[in-house]
Design a protein around this ligand. Structure first.
Ligand code: F6P
Length: 324
């Protein structure tokens, strides 16, 4: 393989996130700007194995910056976890002369790219696209801002009905192993507590917080990955101890993944897409683009993925002060 990259393929993988389309657009246009040919791989690693690969031009990505989801579709591929699957994917890419890969997704996407680089030495770069904001090495992932705004909008609506009926609502938000959506939507939505995977709040502690409060209705945000159980389970435990609480549960679920991306996610995705192509041209590989303190950075796989993305202690402090 020559050292100068000439043909780049882009794909999205894992859970979709608002802003992925803006990132695809930036990758495609930056590639063309720097005189590279660019290809789309549909359905992530699945499509790479099935040879679902098509060339793109600058106009292929028109009118998508404002759209949620991913025009390239997404999938979670079991076959790509096997050496045979990866070899097939590599052969399909090489048959078209593709010599570099840009993947947009979360930790599974980055792990797949790393494996691919280790085996075939094809330059690869990851753009963090996931609503969870759970990747170390970047202050923000694409889609997180929009998803949190969606959660806050829903929480505001639930608050109206909670107040009218003096009810205690448990609202479950997404975030497989991450409490970022929960803690920030909790602060922004005026919740009495947010139960997150990074912090073990027992149901007794929650009950003590509720008990101390003279509020007639309250909102508790529960991250789906929390150690105390799901919102349904926690609501049940609270009810067993305090049957006078009229409790209700709302699971926001996949509605947090859809919708038009916020301005923040569109700009973040545009910057990251360009940084990915410029990084490849500069010879970077096996890295994930990130933004730290407003500066674009490239995070090496091994050092980045060995760390957990921690929740900012300041957010926990703020949530605690405001929960009285
Ligand atoms: O990683 C993003 C995410 O939305 C998580 O918050 C959630 O746990 C998971 O994906 C859901 O995945 P799926 O859409 O495959 O059920």
């Amino acid at each position: 393989m020559s050292t100068e990259i000439k043909k780049i393929a882009v794909f999205t993988s894992g859970g979709d996130a608002p802003g992925m389309n803006a990132a695809i657009r930036a990758v495609v246009r930056a590639s063309i700007y720097y005189d590279k040919e660019v290809f789309a791989v549909y359905r992530g690693y699945e499509g790479m194995i099935d040879n679902d690969i098509v060339p793109l031009d600058a106009r292929s990505v028109g009118n998508i910056i404002q759209r949620g989801g991913t025009i390239l579709k997404s999938a979670r591929s079991k076959e790509f976890r096997t050496p045979e699957g990866r070899k097939q994917a590599y052969d399909n890419l090489r048959a078209r002369g593709i010599d570099a890969l840009v993947g947009i997704g979360g930790d599974g996407t980055f792990t797949g790219l790393h494996k691919f680089y280790e085996e075939f030495k094809m330059p690869v770069i990851c753009i963090p696209g996931t609503i969870d904001n759970d990747l170390p090495g970047t202050d923000y992932t694409i889609g997180y801002d929009t998803a949190t705004n969606t959660a806050v909008e829903a929480i505001d609506k639930i608050r109206d009905t909670a107040l009218s009926h003096n009810r205690l609502f448990f609202i479950e938000v997404m975030g497989r192993d991450s409490g970022y959506i929960a803690i920030n939507s909790g602060i922004a939505g005026g919740a009495i507590a947010a139960i997150i995977p990074e912090e073990k709040m027992t149901t007794d502690e929650l009950i003590a917080t509720l008990d101390k409060s003279d509020k007639r209705s309250s909102l508790v945000i529960v991250a789906e990955g929390g150690k105390s159980g799901s919102a349904i389970e926690i609501a049940k435990q609270v009810n067993e101890k305090f049957s006078y609480y009229d409790t209700k549960v709302t699971i926001l679920g996949h509605l947090q993944r859809g919708g038009s991306p916020s301005y923040f996610d569109r700009v973040l995705a545009s910057k990251m897409g360009i940084a990915a192509i410029e990084g490849l041209i500069q010879g970077k590989t096996d890295v994930m683009v990130g933004v730290r303190d407003k500066t674009m950075v490239y995070n090496d796989f091994v050092t980045t993925m060995n760390k957990d993305r921690e929740i900012e202690p300041e957010l926990l402090r703020i949530a605690k002060i405001l929960s009285i």
